[in-house]
Design a protein around this ligand. Structure first.
Ligand code: FAD
Ligand code: FES
Length: 290
């Protein structure tokens, strides 16, 4: 049973109320920033889950956006004295992420979560899978960092492929505390010049990938390419998807995603991790690809 090895398929339910956490650090990471908060009372999150974040001050005051909390994947989590340390990777794209990126140590972060479901262990996703291939793009690398750590703790072999557009749209590599990381960048500033899916293609052509389990998070175009490549190779995959979110807990339907079998899922409660064969496409309406 994978749960015994530290991989939780059924995350503990989150407290419903919003909690106040203290910011403990905020450091640059390439073109992104990593900020950490000490959660005094929440459960330890599972990889793939997310939080709804807002700041206690200068958030939605007097006609100033943002009004709603913003969805954030958790990039790392570790029990510490006084609670659980949560690390978030942020890329500034609008008023919410700009405010969160400027948080200083000692400031208060308002947080709900952990929300949504988690990644499935490789043996559940693809019986007999020898290990995992993790494919991250841009800010989507965040959620894979925690998954890699959980896989490594459970002794499950994993390979990490990270892709970035350019220097400004890159970061978070230090969250992957391992040497087996291969990088691709579209402008060639780091690693292979091209797409991360070029690297995935090479692995999927290899013999040992026959029963692999692939896990991906990134812009919709990249996720759709990963989904289609895995389908073509008969390889099981899970995608941590993003859609514009309002509430984060199933009430507003802002995050509806079409299903392959017809109908829709609410990504916040039925995802954000979905099996590649469950969805019609990873190109979610309303997303800008970041
Ligand atoms: C499950 C989940 C996990 C996420 N994890 C992270 C994370 O770890 N780090 C991080 O920096 N961001 C993450 N995001 C994205 C972040 O929540 C949004 O980009 C957020 O709306 C930005 O708020 P803003 O006020 O800065 O910009 P906004 O004004 O809300 O948006 C700026 C631009 O981004 C577009 N946009 C908004 N939301 C999304 C979205 N979900 N996907 C694609 N485009 C969007 C808007 O259409 C607009 O063009 C995550 C989103 C989801 C759903
Ligand atoms: S964000 Fe409100 S239902 Fe998903």
């Amino acid at each position: 049973m994978e749960a015994a090895s530290g991989l939780r398929a059924d995350p503990e339910p989150a407290p419903l109320e919003r909690r106040t956490c203290e910011i403990t650090r905020n450091i640059p990471s390439g073109g992104y920033r990593i900020f950490s908060a000490l959660d005094p009372s929440g459960p330890e999150p599972a990889a793939g889950q997310f939080y709804m974040l807002a700041t206690a001050e200068r958030w939605g005051a007097e006609d100033a956006r943002p009004y709603l909390a913003r969805a954030f994947a958790v990039a790392d989590a570790e029990p510490e004295r006084g609670g659980v340390r949560l690390d978030f990777l942020v890329h500034e794209v609008g008023p919410g992420t700009e405010r969160l990126a400027k948080l200083e140590s000692g400031e208060e972060l308002l947080l709900t979560g952990p929300l949504g479901g988690s990644f499935s262990p490789p043996s559940q996703l693809s019986p007999g899978a020898p290990g995992a291939i993790l494919v991250g793009g841009g800010i989507g690398v965040a959620t894979l960092a925690l998954w890699r750590r959980r896989l490594a703790d459970a002794g499950i072999p994993n390979r990490v492929l990270l892709g970035y557009r350019d220097r400004e749209h890159s970061g978070g590599m230090e969250l992957f505390q391992c040497s087996e990381v291969r990088v691709a960048s579209e402008d060639g500033h780091s690693g292979h010049r091209g797409y991360v899916t070029d690297l995935l293609g090479v692995l999927l052509e290899g013999d040992d990938a026959a029963n692999a389990a692939v896990y991906a998070c990134g812009p919709p175009g990249m996720l759709e390419a990963v989904r289609a490549m895995c389908e073509g190779h008969g390889v099981a995959c899970e995608l941590a998807m993003e859609a514009p979110m309002g509430c984060g807990y199933g009430a507003c339907f802002a995050c509806a995603v079409p299903l392959a079998a017809g109908g829709y899922m609410r990504l916040c409660v039925d995802g954000p991790v979905v099996r590649g064969d469950e969805i019609e496409t990873a190109l979610v309406p309303g997303s800008n690809g970041q």
